[in-house]
Design a binder for this molecule. Sequence first.
Ligand code: ATP
Length: 282
Amino acid sequence: MLTEKAQAKINLTLDVHYKRPDGYHEVEMVMQTVDLSDHLQFTERSDSEIVLNCTAPYIPLDQRNLVYQAAQLMKETYGVSKGIHIHIEKRIPVAAGLAGGSSDAAATLRGLNRLWGLGLSLDELALLGAKIGSDVPFCIYGGTAIARGRGELIERLPNVAPTWVVLVKPPIAVSTADVYGKLRADQIVHHPDTAGMMQALLTGDVKQISSKLGNVLENVTFAMYPEVERLKLQLLKFGAQGALMSGSGPTLFALVEREQKAIRICNALRGFSREVYLCRFF
Ligand code: ATP
């Protein structure tokens, strides 16, 4: 038996340059993992099956689950005949813009690499992960990184001091495909300052990092779900220096310098949302 954690990610920036002929969007995103994580447990089986169970209801346990796809890919690519039971303890909100499914898939690749003694490097696992989804390669490495292409080309950045993060999720599920489907890449007026964010991260200063937060998907999701924008304004009203939607949403986050202030903001938000999390860069 072996365990592996799957960290949630937030987007400190999310920019879209253009829509590619293959239908994907060419993106540039500064990504960061936080210490809110799903816990995965791997146990070998005597047959050759892949069997999943998950603490969260409504998550498919068959080929539609990214964990299943990751295990199947490892078995097929490396000719592993052994079966595996994977228990997923879900803590990351689902369909929230926090890459929960992608991170579970990445944790499965890392976990099975260890369990089956395959000796693959993180770079090799990231290449494999790109076959499952664009966010999986980043989730293989974690930490701070810039993602380009359709999100699968990763340049790792130096680690940033463990900054406090307040996460709040409105009670709706957002489909990433719907949001990208409604985005008009040629009509984006304000692009985030990605280079400025990379500079700010080097200083580790929360004020400077907060001033460079930006996500071109915010306006699309806000138009579909106005309550997400209202919650962002609430977050700012409670004293957050900057707030941003992560990925395609609906989760919002704020970076906070001091723990006490982060706790105060969390408590204030609990009157508006049942899903509030206090975490740190990881
Ligand atoms: P992203 O930020 O990459 O867009 P997300 O956080 O918005 O991801 P997920 O939590 O990954 O979204 O879930 C999106 C959908 O994927 C869910 O509706 C769910 O049915 C499906 N899914 C497949 N595998 C998983 C998994 N292991 N955990 C959660 N959802 C999964």
